[in-house]
Design a protein around this ligand. Structure first.
Ligand code: HEM
Length: 538
């Protein structure tokens, strides 16, 4: 990969702005003293004891002992690539962000991931995939931290530790397939029926992508765009792969997991190395920013809901091309830190309660994972915009800040740095009205609808996609030991579709529960079927 431009948050000591590159002519210790030998410890004679005074030995072993950092608590397994994003200019009427303007090119770093497996787990397992993009824009870093499934398991971030605990390997044996891990996952998603929609997507072919290059990506939450006149529009973000959407079949995914657990990361790196650069169009679905924040009756603050593309078409606003593999997996893929609150002027958040919790969680976890508060100085995380943040000190501080104490206004420091206004493209939060309301721990009534969209998804599937979904539910529920969990799983399916429920019940050798609701009349959304897709449009 070409060297990335860097902007330090101050003056670096030593050889310039980049970290030491280990390209000196002689082998040295970390202090730069040249070494005569790298293979032998200092000993009292050839057969004598090793001496504690051997600083080279102790420095080398000590550093090795601390090479590992904690893996991400979720999305630990990932692969990434560098690339470039080119704006089409088609978003100008709704968004003033500079990187979306026509023909503006912005460097990006994209990390794809599975959610549940550890760093060494297999790529082709059935899971949701992360699709996180860091745009190094001229106005600061913008992170679009999305998934390949457009809805989420839960509606409120307070349940995130619970859903992850239920789905991660069971604590006593650390084996995903051990007794209870399937039971706890299915227990959670059947007791929290808001998870039904995401689970159905997971059980569909979307849960086993053919390649990172053939996945869609979704920002999931509704965000807010602000244009040059200060007007607000609500938005959902979409990535559309130029290669189309493709999945594996289950048997294929299992065989590949055994034969090549690195299949997806190898596929991505090989394609880029061969010059077959993967591309996605960034698209937006836009909605008027009304006080209700609904569109065609769909609550835009509910992250378990999509807006069908037939109701709100996805309009392309730019092109992403991944064209360079990372040089160093640890330095780049492992140390990159995404955050849904990394926003630029023209893009803002909404009050989706899942998003609000994420805004807290990512920075908090990264302080532990990356060893303190200064990880924005790690090369892969550095903004390409000039920085003057008044932050000081802390673990792993690399900048040598000069001047007097950082505070504003400051009559002793020449008045610099300046505060920016809208004209200087400051990030100014959109003045969303906040209703005068009592504090409550409850969800809006519309969040109680957990089944209309699973029915929409099922109704939109082709016959072969339905077969795959039935087989996946039968296989996965069949792994549960608890009869009560399997039965509750069938009761949930009965609320989606009687035939789906009956076929899974037959596969499990259990009676199908009586439908509790009349069959739903749902108009299918062709855009939801992988087989019926008309994208990409060239
Ligand atoms: C990591 C997506 C919800 C906490 C990630 C990553 C992605 C992602 C793509 C991996 C980033 C990377 O490649 O480094 C999403 C999406 C969500 C969601 C699309 C819902 C729409 C949540 C919630 C929480 C959460 C509700 C917590 C309240 C985390 C944490 C990490 C993570 C702690 C690890 C971050 C790190 O160590 O750098 N998420 N997530 N996520 N997510 Fe989420």
């Amino acid at each position: 990969a070409a060297p990335r431009p860097v902007t330090a948050t101050g003056r670096d000591t030593g050889a310039g702005a980049t970290a030491r590159s280990q390209d000196g002519q002689f082998l040295t210790n970390a202090q730069g003293a040249r070494l005569p030998d790298g293979d032998h410890s200092l000993k009292a004679g050839p057969r004598g004891p090793v001496l504690l005074q051997d600083h080279h030995l102790r420095e080398k072993i000590t550093h090795f002992d601390h090479e590992r950092i904690p893996e991400r608590v979720v999305h630990a397994r990932g692969a990434a690539a560098h690339g470039v994003f080119r704006g089409y200019g088609t978003a100008a009427a709704v968004c003033k962000a500079a990187f979306l303007a026509e023909d503006v090119e912005t460097p990006v770093f994209v990390r794809f991931s599975t959610v549940l497996g550890s760093r060494g787990s297999a790529d082709t397992v059935r899971d949701t995939r992360g699709f996180a993009t860091k745009f190094y824009t001229s106005e600061g870093v913008f992170d679009l931290v999305g998934n390949n499934i457009p809805v989420f398991f839960i509606q409120d971030a307070i349940k995130f530790p619970d859903v992850v605990h239920a789905a991660k390997p069971h604590p006593d044996r650390e084996i995903p397939q051990a007794q209870s891990a399937h039971d706890t996952f299915w227990d959670f998603v059947t007791l929290h029926t808001e998870a039904t929609h995401h689970t159905l997507w997971n059980m569909s072919d979307r849960g086993i992508p053919r390649s990172f290059r053939t996945m869609e990506g979704f920002g999931i939450h509704t965000f807010r765009l602000v244009n040059a006149d200060g007007a607000s529009t609500l938005v959902k973000w979409h990535w559309k792969p130029k290669l189309g959407v493709h999945s594996m079949v289950w048997e294929e995914a299992q065989l590949v997991a055994g034969a090549d657990p690195d299949f997806h990361r190898r596929d991505l790196a090989d394609a880029i190395e061969a010059g077959a650069f993967p591309q996605w169009e960034l698209g937006i679905q836009t909605f008027p920013d009304t006080p209700e924040q609904t569109f065609e009756g769909i609550d835009l603050l509910d992250p378990t809901k999509i807006v069908p593309e037939e109701l709100a078409p996805v309009r392309p606003v730019g092109l992403l091309t991944l064209n360079a593999n990372p040089t160093n997996f640890f330095a780049e893929t492992e140390q990159v830190a995404f955050h849904p609150g990394h926003l630029v002027p023209g893009i803002d958040i909404t009050d989706d309660p899942l998003l609000s919790g994420r805004l807290f969680s990512y920075l908090d976890t990264q302080i532990t994972r990356l060893g303190g508060p200064n990880f924005a100085q790690i090369p892969i995380n550095r903004t390409h915009a000039p920085v003057n943040d008044m932050l000081r000190d802390g673990f792993h501080q690399h900048a040598v800040h000069s001047g007097v104490a950082p505070y504003k206004p400051n009559s002793l420091d020449g008045g610099c740095p300046f505060f920016a206004g809208a004209a200087e493209r400051a990030f100014i939060e959109y003045p969303t009205p906040v209703a005068a309301a009592a504090k409550v721990r409850e969800a809006p009534a519309s969040f109680a609808d957990h089944f209309s969209q699973p029915r929409l998804f099922w109704a939109s599937m082709s016959p072969v996609e339905r077969e795959h979904i039935i087989a996946a539910y039968t296989f996965e529920l069949g792994k549960c030991y608890e009869q009560a969990v399997k039965e509750r799983g069938l009761q949930v399916l009965a609320r989606i579709d009687a035939d789906l429920c009956a076929q899974v019940a037959a596969g499990l050798g259990l009676p199908a529960p009586e439908p509790t609701e009349p069959p739903a009349q749902v108009r299918p959304s062709p855009a939801l079927s992988q087989l019926g897709r008309t994208w990409p449009v060239d």
